[in-house]
Design a protein around this ligand. Structure first.
Ligand code: 5RP
Length: 213
């Protein structure tokens, strides 16, 4: 079983603080995400800046695109992103249009979605999904539990590369032991830590302890 990737989500409300954090942790993590919040604030300039700092890293532009997939994917690809995200309620046409313009598209799983829809994403050639505990659900008292693990495992068994995200802590990772998670995406667990560099190192070390190097 290969080691899950560690992805940092830059969900800052301004570009300078996002760049300050990414400079601290960019060499530790595997994947850099220009988060939805940052994209809405700073636009594709944020992607361009992160690409300029890390020419060789995988960069995700978390657009959570719902429509105009081809245009949105092309725009962030031109800015330097390798991958982008679409929301699970987008049409297959939107997902396919996005997938034609960028290396890979990931489907963001929020709210209501079904495994029947997921089969259609696979048929459309999309093999990455992001399993979320939404920030607002977590604020409302939701926690990670067996119901999530069951769905994540089913998606893995279907053949998806599954990223997991939403309020992750170093302690949460153990819940997924034995599962072939593709990537753990962490925003505040790293960027809101007193020492983001140490926090990123702690996440990575725990992933290596559980899944091996
Ligand atoms: C929210 C996101 C976040 O980027 C992702 O969930 C990581 O955030 P955090 O670890 O801070 O919860 O996509 O929609």
């Amino acid at each position: 079983m290969s080691r899950p990737n560690l992805q940092v989500a830059l969900d800052h409300s301004d570009l300078p603080s996002a760049l300050a954090d990414v400079k601290n942790v960019g060499d530790i993590v595997d994947i850099l995400e220009v988060g939805t919040i940052l994209l809405l604030q700073a636009g594709d300039e944020a992607v361009k800046c992160v690409r300029a700092l890390y020419p060789n890293k995988k960069i995700v532009a978390d657009t959570k695109c719902a429509d105009a997939g081809g245009t949105v994917a092309e725009n962030v690809q031109n800015a330097g992103a390798d991958w982008t995200t679409v929301i699970c309620c987008a049409t297959i046409a939107t997902m396919k249009a996005a997938a034609e313009k960028i290396e890979e598209v990931q489907v963001e799983l929020y709210g209501d979605w079904t495994f029947e829809q997921a089969e259609k994403w696979l048929e459309a050639g999309i093999s990455q999904v992001i399993y979320h505990q939404s920030r607002d659900a977590l604020f409302a008292g939701e926690t990670w539990g067996q119901k999530d693990l069951t769905k994540v495992q089913k998606l893995i068994d279907m053949g998806f590369r599954v990223s997991v995200t939403g309020g992750l802590t170093v302690e949460t990772l153990e819940l997924f032991k034995g599962m072939e998670v593709y990537t753990f995406i962490t925003g505040r667990g790293i960027t809101a830590a007193e020492n983001p560099k140490q926090a990123a190192t702690d996440f990575l070390e725990e992933i290596k302890r559980i899944w091996g190097e």
